[in-house]
Design a protein around this ligand. Structure first.
Ligand SMILES: *Cc1c(COP(=O)(O)O)cnc(C)c1O
Length: 401
């Protein structure tokens, strides 16, 4: 029996952990252990005829790193294996991924429906930029699929959702919205940053495209920006590839190389942080200085049934409302010794955010009320520190509330 006959030579017979360490690796003639960093913009051809064949797609091979690079390709292959997607593309940032996914699917005269509780940048692209280019948009309360059905029009080409939402961790029923979008001939695009590919699989639930900010859990160590789009070969190698090739929101090979190493430990990190977040939500739910805890797998979440059906875990984020208003929320955050104040998430370091005065500052009080962002709301991104230390830190902070 040879290695080629070993069933484990076929990636299909490997489990997720194995795939994330080895998947997509292509070694150069030097046989390096870790993936090589091809930090180059262009490629040379053996002769003119070969260059001609590559440009006409008759010969495989790299042409220019704006749209193809060996290190970026390894990142794409590995992420596609994790997501169970036919194909993937890496992008410069999460916002480049979301913008590319949307722009590649619409033209002037089309219509887009989106849930209104979105990451700030996504909301800006949908609410401000798309209309400037002649694309009408309708924002709906994403918690009830019937709202999407009511908003669909003849010219609706795309539905865009984020679930769980930032920062109030509300859920959108991906399978139900996918069925509605498809019944109207529209594509469903899901921003899956908060759930991560480890806890939620939008493509398996019917989504056409999934977007990531790789800056968050995929790097997970606060080093680089990155983004990704995954879906069918037809969409990714077609509309998405052409948009990236012609407009250039491309991923840097250096960032792809950092992110490749991030994927190797992604399930370990997400599972550990999710376990800690589950315990923290439990602790906060029982604390006398807390008005409300919001966590998708906590017994008090209003969409618990959907959360259990759609997500393998409650995520690495916990939101909570402190008794005593904004001043009390500030006192809690300012008293923490381990948890840092920042607006990033999905990091090894635990991070606390006061959404009203930072990420959602530009909205009116009325808009924030619609999104459920109250003055006493804090969003906690749980990291990899000891669970006991984090709970002790929060207990100390809450005593100061
Ligand atoms: C951070 C984030 C983005 C944007 O990603 P960047 O890498 O910062 O551009 C988009 N959507 C969600 C849900 C995010 O959390």
């Amino acid at each position: 029996m040879t290695k080629a006959q070993n069933p484990l030579s076929d990636p299909k017979n490997r489990s997720q952990e194995t795939t994330l360490v080895h998947g997509g690796t292509v070694r150069s003639q030097h046989g390096e252990t870790s993936e090589a960093l091809f930090l180059n913009s262009g490629f040379v051809y053996p002769d003119s005829a070969s260059a001609e064949r590559r440009f006409s797609n008759q010969e495989p091979g790299y042409i220019y790193s704006r749209f193809s690079n060996p290190t970026v390709e390894m990142f794409q292959q590995r992420l596609a294996l994790l997501e169970g997607a036919e194909a993937a593309r890496g992008l410069a940032t999460g916002m480049a991924a979301v913008t590319t996914a949307l722009m590649s699917q619409v033209r002037a005269g089309d219509h887009v429906v989106a849930s209104r509780a979105l990451f700030g940048g996504c909301l800006y692209v949908i609410q401000d930029y798309l209309p400037r280019w002649g694309v009408e948009t309708t924002l709906v309360d994403g918690r009830d699929p019937a709202n999407f059905e009511a908003a669909m029009r003849q010219n609706t080409k795309a539905v865009f959702i984020e679930t769980p939402t930032n920062p109030t961790l509300e859920l959108v029923d991906i399978a139900a919205v996918a069925a509605i979008a498809h019944a109207h001939g529209a594509k469903l695009i899901v921003d899956n940053v908060f759930a991560t590919p480890v806890l939620q699989s939008p493509l398996a639930l019917g989504a056409d495209l999934v977007c990531y900010s790789a800056t968050k859990h995929i790097d997970g160590q606060g080093r680089v920006l990155g983004g990704a789009i995954l879906g069918s070969k037809e969409l990714i190698n077609g509309d998405i590839h052409t948009f990236i090739r012609q407009t250039g929101p491309s991923m840097s090979p250096f960032n792809a190389w950092v992110l490749l190493k991030g994927i190797e430990t992604l399930p370990l990190r997400v599972k550990a942080a999710t376990e800690t977040a589950t315990r923290i939500a439990e602790f906060l739910g029982n604390h006398p200085n807390i008005e409300r805890v919001i966590y998708p797998h906590h017994k008090d979440h209003p969409q618990l049934e959907l959360a259990k059906r759609q997500m393998k875990g409650g995520s690495t984020l916990v939101a909570f409302e402190v008794k005593g208003g904004q001043e009390a929320a500030y006192r809690v955050a300012d008293a923490l010794a381990i948890v840092v104040i920042s607006n990033n998430l999905g990091d090894a370091k635990s991070i606390i955010t006061h959404p009203r005065t930072t990420t959602h500052q530009r909205f009116t009080e009325e808009q924030r009320a619609e999104m459920g962002i109250r003055p006493n709301l804090l969003r906690l991104s749980v990291g990899l520190e000891s669970t006991d230390d984090l709970i002790a830190d929060l207990a100390y902070g809450l005593e100061q509330a």
